[in-house]
Ligand binder design. Structure first.
Ligand SMILES: C[S@@+](CC[C@H](N)C(=O)[O-])C[C@H]1O[C@@H](n2cnc3c(N)ncnc32)[C@H](O)[C@@H]1O
Length: 264
């Protein structure tokens, strides 16, 4: 049976071939200033050298290479072989050690339990129908006390029209919806063409983390808004609604009720 996972794997393989910005590996500029990936919000208050880091749904040769270059014991998981190939190639070119795992973010059974000190996930939960299984899997593979830093598309960003109308950006999609969103037109900086994306509600994004055994320590909305931007442009739309939310969460040292605590 052909699933949404097959669809998104092929879509991301194609986006990697097209070399969209999200599929551009780190270059000299990024290696010179890796903080924008390793610690964009200043939330990692420890040295990553020697730590076990999981870059989740982070293929493309940016996250894995920069963490490995900073001395972390690095694993990257992604569903797209073409995105992972970028990680493999860059690691080989730079002599970096990266563990590369092809898997879906909601099934991390290939990874060891309670293992990672830090899990970093760029915007990607929009590509799976449910976020709870992702959180459940991260809770299994992260060490007690480990830090989980993830970024997500805000629901309103996926509800609102990508194009400006006479009254601004109308809400076209209901909040309480299910199934994939209608395909986005090519060329939008806010949607990745060819992929199937899903809206996750605030309760699922935030409450879901708590229910999976995490404590939310902080949140951050990257500000892409520009009050002077041309009507209908990326910066203009972002002036009206924040597209993303980053979440800093810590795995509780005690297990959620009814579950056994995993200790490494
Ligand atoms: C935002 S991009 C990756 C990060 C990117 N290299 C960057 O520069 O930030 C999102 C990634 O999610 C991956 N992806 C989509 N569905 C997935 C799934 N079910 N499991 C794991 N990875 C998935 C895509 O292949 C893609 O590499």
């Amino acid at each position: 049976m052909y699933t949404i996972y097959d669809h998104n794997r092929e879509a991301w393989d194609e986006l990697a071939r097209q070399q969209i910005p999200l599929a551009r590996p780190a270059g000299e500029k990024e290696f010179a200033k890796p903080q924008f990936i390793i610690n964009p919000s200043g939330w990692v208050d420890f040295e990553v050298r020697g730590l076990r880091v999981l870059c989740l749904a982070a293929g493309g040769g940016k996250h894995s290479a920069l963490f490995a270059a900073a001395g972390a014991e690095t694993t990257v998981v992604d569903i797209s072989p073409a995105m992972l190939e970028l990680d493999r190639r860059l690691a080989a070119e730079r002599g970096l050690k990266v563990n590369i795992v092809e898997a879906s973010m909601d099934n991390l059974s290939a990874l060891p339990l309670a293992h990672f000190d830090l899990v970093v996930q760029p915007v990607s939960t929009c590509y799976v129908p449910a976020v709870a299984p992702v959180y459940r899997e991260v809770a299994r593979v992260i060490a007690p006390g480990g830090l989980y830093i993830s970024q997500h598309k805000q629901p309103v960003n996926l509800q609102a029209s990508l194009r400006i109308a006479t009254v601004g950006y109308p809400l076209l999609e209901p909040y309480y919806r299910s199934g994939p969103l209608p395909a986005a037109s090519a060329g939008s900086a806010l949607r990745e063409s060819g992929t199937l994306e899903f809206l996750h509600r605030w309760d699922e994004l935030l409450g879901g983390l708590c229910r999976a055994g995490f404590v939310i320590e902080d949140t951050f909305e990257p500000n892409h808004g520009d009050s002077a931007a041309t009507l209908g442009s990326f910066g203009h739309r972002c002036w009206f609604m924040a597209p993303y939310l980053a979440i800093k969460a810590r795995r509780k040292a005690t297990a959620p009720s009814g579950q056994k605590l995993l200790v490494r």
